[in-house]
Write a protein that binds this ligand. Structure first.
Ligand code: SF4
Length: 328
């Protein structure tokens, strides 16, 4: 049921798709290039959509008379109203999406760190906020996955983002089928993944699926979806991933040799020390799943949360590093 699922992601068109930046350029991104065959991208360039051409004079956020405005200094054009109307209309139409990848620091698309100026002239910024389109995204879709293209270069942020969008995309199929048995199947396959994210929330999701209150399927799916989004609110701590890996190791510890046990525990230690990726440890468990035909673990999305081609065992996760948490 879930094999060929493709997440639907709204993306700033200037990232890898079209030369639509103010200066007629495009942002090249290896991360996006790699995702193109596996993700359904919905491209949008809000500035072009409101009629600013390519190339165009840059616009900026200006704080004036206690209000934030989107302003093109060279033409003295205030495009705030057009941008607000476009953003609302476009985003109201996006009913079945799983997330966003937006251009960082753009006065339109930026999700944060966009400079706010005190006037139209060349003066230093006085603050930072989201861009106008980005702000509307944050207002209406904070439960979905969203990142800027720069942050996705970090392997741990990328891992969290991919796990999230693929899980949400798989859940869309449940929303469509409105079937309790499909929901139970979904829940069973994601137990280890949810365990890594939030054990308490996993319990709540289990209670919803058990449906002791004999609720309607429509209500069950709605409640489940809210709690699913809450489960993914924060990236899992590395120690939580380690707990799941140790729990999985328990399935094999009586079947493998002493040398294999030592090798696994050493690899886990290297992951803990930030010397190896999570994917490297998972690959050992995956090998044992095949060797011992461990059917329950085989179906767990924790071990294959997104297409194999997107897994980079050589990229070391950095969730123990201060830099990663600073970027949150
Ligand atoms: S950042 Fe957004 S508005 Fe600016 S060029 Fe890219 S897509 Fe268009």
């Amino acid at each position: 049921m879930f094999d060929k699922v493709k997440p639907k992601i709204v993306i700033s068109k200037c990232i890898e798709f079209e030369n639509c930046r103010y200066n007629g350029q495009i942002i090249s991104s290896d991360v996006i290039k790699e995702l193109i065959p596996y993700v359904e991208f919905i491209q949008v360039c809000p500035e072009v959509e409101i009629g600013l051409g390519i190339p165009r004079d840059p616009i900026r956020i200006v704080f004036k008379e206690n209000k934030k405005l989107l302003f093109q200094s060279s033409t003295e054009k205030d495009v705030t109203k057009q941008m607000k109307i476009f953003s609302k209309t476009f985003l109201d139409q996006q009913k079945n999406i799983d997330g966003f990848i937006l251009k960082s620091r753009s006065p339109s698309c930026g999700l944060k760190e966009v400079k706010i100026y005190p006037g139209e002239k060349q003066v230093p910024p006085i603050g930072r906020s989201a861009g106008f389109f980005g702000e509307e995204v944050l207002k209406n879709f904070s439960h979905l996955a969203m990142e800027d293209e720069g942050r996705l270069k970090n392997p741990t942020i990328r891992e969290h983002f991919l796990r999230k969008i693929y899980t949400y995309a798989r859940f869309r199929l449940i929303r469509k089928s409105q079937s309790l048995s499909d929901l139970i199947n979904f829940h069973t396959k994601h137990k280890f993944l949810f365990m890594a994210y939030n054990q308490q929330r996993l319990k709540i999701l289990g209670q919803i699926v058990a449906n002791n209150d004999k609720d309607s399927i429509n209500n069950i799916i709605k409640k489940y979806e809210i709690n699913l989004h809450l489960s993914f609110k924060k990236s899992p701590r590395c120690t939580s991933n380690i707990n799941v890996l140790m729990h999985s190791f328990g399935y094999f510890k009586d079947k493998i040799s002493k040398k294999e046990k030592t090798y696994f525990l050493e690899t886990l230690k290297q992951y803990r020390n930030g010397q190896l990726s999570l994917a490297s440890v998972i690959s050992i468990i995956n090998m044992w799943i095949v060797r011992f035909e461990e059917q329950y673990l085989k179906q767990q999305q924790f071990f294959s949360p997104y297409p194999k081609k997107l897994i980079h065992a050589e990229n070391i996760d950095s969730c123990f590093s201060k830099d990663y948490w600073r970027g949150k």
